[in-house]
Design a protein around this ligand. Structure first.
Ligand SMILES: [Fe+2]
Ligand SMILES: [Fe+2]
Length: 150
């Protein structure tokens, strides 16, 4: 399966989770925390998959190198906001604004990947390579499911 399709499916899932989380009332703290934990898990695995399987191959090509270097930095910023959110209680006044900033950063990053990086990827990597990467991605997801402690 083509890794670009799998990554897009992940993107849609993550966008949906964060939108629901942003709309969840501050009185539903349990739901907020549950959604936040799901979001964090999904994002961490998605970033890991891209950083191990996808980005290194694109860093080797001049057409995609700069976009990938920027993507690594955007992951880093997303991780920092996630870390801060984890240390903040949903009832605190800066929790929702932090979440909104995370949402904006995520949407920007996803848009750049889907609109700039993925079309260029199709020019530098062939279908077979993209399919092999997709298989590796599915294996990483399966591994994660069978060992949730990792
Ligand atoms: Fe990414
Ligand atoms: Fe992504």
């Amino acid at each position: 399966m083509n890794i670009l399709d799998l990554l897009k499916t992940d993107h849609n899932k993550v966008k949906e989770i964060i939108s629901t989380l942003c709309e969840t009332s501050n009185t539903a703290i349990k739901t907020q925390l549950k959604l936040f934990n799901t979001l964090k898990e999904e994002l961490e695995l998605h970033e890991k998959i891209e950083e191990i399987i996808f980005y290194p191959a694109l860093k080797k090509h001049q057409e995609t190198k700069d976009l990938v270097l920027e993507a690594f930095e955007e992951h880093h910023v997303i991780d920092l906001i996630l870390e801060e959110l984890e240390k903040t209680e949903p009832k605190e006044e800066n929790w929702k604004p932090k979440l909104t900033v995370l949402k904006e950063n995520l949407e920007h990053h996803i848009k750049e990947e889907e609109n700039d990086l993925f079309p260029k990827t199709k020019k530098v990597l062939d279908q077979t390579t993209l399919n092999e990467m997709g298989e590796k991605m599915l294996l990483m997801k399966k591994d994660k499911q069978s060992s949730p402690a990792l």
